[in-house]
Design a protein around this ligand. Structure first.
Ligand code: TYD
Ligand code: MG
Length: 438
């Protein structure tokens, strides 16, 4: 069928061949874990749990995204657009791991050994002790792992690997699933840490079955604007740490470098005295980051008013503009609006609402907001400013970067020590915030 009868999408059906496996005949046997041990029900208090060991790389940003370092024996999937830097990141990490923490086998189905070597030269790690293995055949890879007993394996990428005794094409759903479960078995039974690169589809999800993400321990996405040098490593699943943690890197001619003070960089190019600019303190995982939100409001010349945004959700922008119109008498219906979060970041938490509203009104009225003001708060449909999480961390970060005044939801003012080096202003509604700023 060309069209999915369920969702109505065209050309979305993918052929999957079902291969009977031997396991169907052994149904009556007790289940085995991936490590080959038999499982039995156990009382919780009889289970012994040891705290997992962590291997810390020299890249602090990566350690944080992983929840404090690499857990030995884990399977880590890294997805991202082509050319974003997945191979570069893993090559750098492999070099460090090989130098300090054990044997590394770097399996590449995409580049030859000499190509990888050339890149390693540029990264300044040409005489690293890691092993390169350009191969796509899974049995050969398994054999190499059995022979070498490496501590770390990199598979670049899962879509190029091939299990020959399956009669479906390389990169197909069933191939990817088979390759991943094979890697999972290797990781768990031999305690080898495996990094797997996964390509992403046009929609931005890792290509292959969604099950792929369920199977592995950790899923990281490497993203960023191709035209910016910043790259963001985001954790969307982590069995060993919190998700929504981000790590920020910058692509240089000699590889990826960490950005440990992102707020300063995101605010670096802020223009003095410009209208339509407001700064928000957004939480990215456990870390507050200050980002400038820019708005440009211009009269609509003909047709419907345009609303365009990058880095913030367009629907969110429309909603905030509707609230401003209805609850704060800012007439925006015949205005085009362009919104942008600077630095190529994507913000999607509710706490950025107030800063968006402020940037919009600032541009509309052509009145600047003091450069030392910051904003935090969610806006509700009745125009109220709603409480946000982790207010203390946000206010401290703003104070640390020299902001003099921060607007926060009034309900957020209790239960923590308000610092003295910054003026913390509680507001209950968006119109109150407008009155105090403009
Ligand atoms: P790469 O790691 O090959 O991307 P992926 O594996 O995600 O497809 O990244 C390649 C891009 O990064 C390439 O366009 C060139 C750029 N790059 C640098 O700017 N500096 C460097 O030192 C390296 C190795 C790559
Ligand atoms: Mg690559």
């Amino acid at each position: 069928m060309g069209r999915c009868p369920d969702c109505g999408g065209w050309n979305t059906l993918i052929e999957e061949t079902v291969t009977p496996t031997a396991s169907t005949s052994t149904k009556s046997q007790p289940r085995q874990t991936a490590t080959g041990n038999q499982v039995r029900p156990q009382r919780m208090n009889a289970v012994t749990a040891t705290k997992e060991r962590r291997i810390t790389t020299n890249l602090q940003e990566l350690n944080r995204v992983l929840g404090g370092g690499i857990v030995p024996g884990s399977l880590i999937l890294i997805g991202g657009d082509p050319g974003i830097g997945k191979s570069t990141l893993l090559l750098q990490v492999s070099g460090q791991l090989a130098a300090k923490h054990g044997t590394v086998l770097y399996v590449s189905g995409e580049e030859s050994a000499s190509q990888i070597k050339l890149r390693a030269d540029r990264l300044g790690m040409a005489d690293s002790g890691m092993y390169l293995y350009p191969e796509t055949d899974m049995p050969a890879i398994r054999q190499a792992i059995d022979d070498m007993h490496p501590d770390f394996v990199v598979i670049d990428s899962v879509q190029t690997m091939n299990v020959p005794d399956m009669n479906s094409a390389v990169g197909s759903v069933s191939q990817i699933r088979e390759v991943t479960s094979e890697l999972m078995r290797i990781a768990k039974s031999q305690g080898i840490t495996i990094f797997v690169v996964g390509h992403v589809t046009k929609e931005g999800a890792i290509a292959g079955p969604k099950m792929l993400e369920h199977m592995v321990d950790t899923v990281l996405y490497f993203e960023g604007d191709m035209h910016h040098t910043y790259r963001i490593l985001r954790s969307v699943k982590n069995r060993f740490g919190s998700t929504n943690e981000i790590g920020i890197f910058e692509m240089h001619s000699d590889g990826l470098q960490e950005v440990s003070n992102p707020s300063e960089i995101f605010l670096e190019e802020r223009m003095q005295g410009a209208t339509g600019s407001a700064v928000v303190v957004s939480m990215e995982g456990t870390r507050p980051i200050l980002v400038e939100i820019q708005a440009l409001i211009t009269p609509t010349l003909f047709g419907n008013a345009k609303r365009t945004s990058s880095g913030v959700d367009r629907n969110k922008a429309s909603l905030i503009m509707a609230v401003l119109e209805k609850r704060a008498d800012v007439m925006l219906q015949n205005q085009d609006a362009y919104l942008k979060a600077t630095g190529g970041v994507r913000l999607d938490e509710p706490a950025i609402d107030l800063a968006i509203a402020m940037a919009i009104v600032s541009s509309y009225r052509d009145v600047e907001i003091p450069a030392t003001d910051a904003f935090v708060g969610e806006i509700g449909l009745t125009g109220e400013v709603r409480r946000v999480n982790r207010i203390e961390d946000r206010v401290k970060e703003a104070a640390k970067l020299g902001f003099k005044r921060i607007f926060v939801p009034r309900n957020n003012l209790h239960g923590w020590d308000v610092p003295h080096d910054i003026d913390v202003v509680g507001v209950t509604s968006v119109s109150e915030a407008l009155q105090r700023v403009f």
